[in-house]
Design a protein around this ligand. Structure first.
Ligand code: HSE
Length: 451
């Protein structure tokens, strides 16, 4: 016979959720960590109400004593340590938040925390993109949650949407602006005529950029995030190195101006799409987006993700993708989810992060796209005819074109054109041939058009 006490709800036994608290240990108190301290301390009443139990910041680890002093000034009851690994083992911590970044040390830290049966929240896209499969397996084996909403697109809850809300649908494509720093730089260049370096500095000062902003401007950060999204949306285990990736550093103010004249805006895009034959089209690069496209209106540090599903149709999510407040809010949301899971006695809502890639990824040379091309040419008779003849020989058809004599540089001109659809390998071969002649005075610039 079932013992009678099993049938009694906890509250009838005199217990209440408020008998328990969830204790958080934060590792890494940089820009996002500081934001999380603020969220957990200043929004404690709202969080307690929504969880049904207090969520207390019990400990913070950082190597920089000055950062710990800032935490101490806000609440002197928080334990402060300089060793994140010590924090990950503490008995008074239930959830470890990893905000130290990087891959190697973060990997060991998350493993240590899971090994000590702590739930983990991380915002570390590089770590999950590179090591996610092993870490999720370890979390499951230890009966722990591993949450990561803040790893992709800051405040936008795209992980939950793809993993839960759209879980029944076949995702056809995910396209987005998922690096706030590069979008901020391109927007500042376009809207205020800012120089690249000044816009990057402003993005760093606003706390959008990675510790090493190279990852932002070369597309590496978007590649990490796209690898995670492709895993969620398509069950594809893709390593960031397998994603064709270009950054925004080659975008010249002239490209922004020409694009505008053609009716386009240049945005830093990340694309994952299931092609008709079943292969995946994965890529990160700046792209010309038509002015009427919703992505063209995503300005500054805003991120956006457009998802197309077989049954759900198009969805569009937009919000701040970088910065302390938005990212810390996502981290806090994960802590709250874990707290609720724990209190309900239902932890380990992990998912099967694909451990091997058995899916075909389209070679970028086989991409069919329209292209923006900017040639630097000699301003001589016959140059334009020779140029268009060479493109025509490769089956590349010009849709629109404009030529300007370069100011202050007599004898040279810029030709900007948009092509009809063409195979990228053919376009690249043709440009290679053109640039090998004396028609051009500098390497030709190519940007893909995305519609
Ligand atoms: N450096 C990142 C960005 C932060 O600019 O989007 C959020 O991942």
């Amino acid at each position: 016979m079932t013992p009678r006490w099993c049938l009694l709800p906890w509250r009838l036994l005199g217990g209440s959720r408020l008998d328990r608290e969830i204790r958080v240990g934060l590792c890494g108190c940089g820009v996002i960590g500081e934001g999380l301290v603020t969220a957990l301390l200043q929004h404690a009443d709202v969080i307690t109400e929504r969880v049904g139990a207090p969520v207390r910041l019990a400990a913070v680890a950082d190597k920089d004593p000055a950062r710990l002093d800032i935490v101490r000034a806000q609440d002197e009851r928080i334990a402060l340590v300089d060793d994140a690994f010590e924090l990950a083992q503490r008995d008074d911590v239930d959830v470890v938040v990893e905000l130290i970044g990087g891959v190697e040390v973060a990997d060991r830290l998350v493993r240590a925390a899971l090994g000590a049966k702590k739930h983990v929240v991380t915002a570390n896209k590089a770590l999950l993109a590179e090591r996610g499969a092993a870490l999720f397996a370890l979390a499951e084996a230890n009966g722990c949650d591993l949450y990561f909403e803040a790893a992709v697109a800051g405040a936008i809850p795209v992980i939950r949407v793809v993993r839960e809300s759209l879980a029944s649908d076949h995702i056809l494509s995910v396209r987005g602006i998922i690096n706030g720093t590069s979008n901020y730089i391109l927007s500042s260049m376009a809207n205020e005529g800012a120089a690249f370096a000044d816009a990057l500095k402003a993005a760093q000062e606003a706390g959008f950029a990675e510790a090493d902003p190279t990852l932002d401007i070369t597309g590496g950060d978007s590649g990490h995030k796209l690898a995670i999204l492709a895993g969620l949306a398509f069950g594809a285990r893709v390593l960031p190195g397998e994603i064709p990736t270009e950054g925004i550093e080659q975008v010249d103010p002239r490209d922004i101006q020409y694009a505008r004249n053609f009716g386009y805006v240049i945005r830093p895009l990340a694309i994952a799409e299931r092609l008709e034959g079943g292969a995946l089209d994965l890529r990160v690069h700046p792209a010309l987006v038509p002015e009427g496209d919703p992505l063209a209106h995503v300005d500054g540090a805003l991120n956006a993700v457009a998802i197309q599903g077989e049954m759900v149709g198009p969805s569009f999510l937009s919000g701040l993708g970088a910065g302390a407040g938005p990212t810390a809010t996502s981290v806090a949301g994960d802590i709250i989810d874990i707290a609720k899971n724990s209190l309900a006695g239902a932890p380990v809502r992990t998912w099967n992060f694909p451990s091997k890639n058995d899916q075909e990824i389209q070679e970028i040379a086989d991409l069919s796209s329209r292209y923006y091309l900017r040639f630097s040419v000699r301003d001589d008779s016959g140059v334009l005819a020779a140029l268009s003849g060479k493109l025509g020989d490769s089956g590349i058809s010009i849709e629109q074109m404009v030529q300007h004599v370069d100011a202050g540089d007599e004898g040279t001109a810029s030709i900007a054109m948009l092509t009809h659809h063409a195979r990228e390998g053919d376009v690249r071969d043709s440009l290679h041939a053109v640039d090998a002649t004396d028609l051009t005075t500098a390497p030709t610039h190519l940007i893909r058009i995305v519609e």
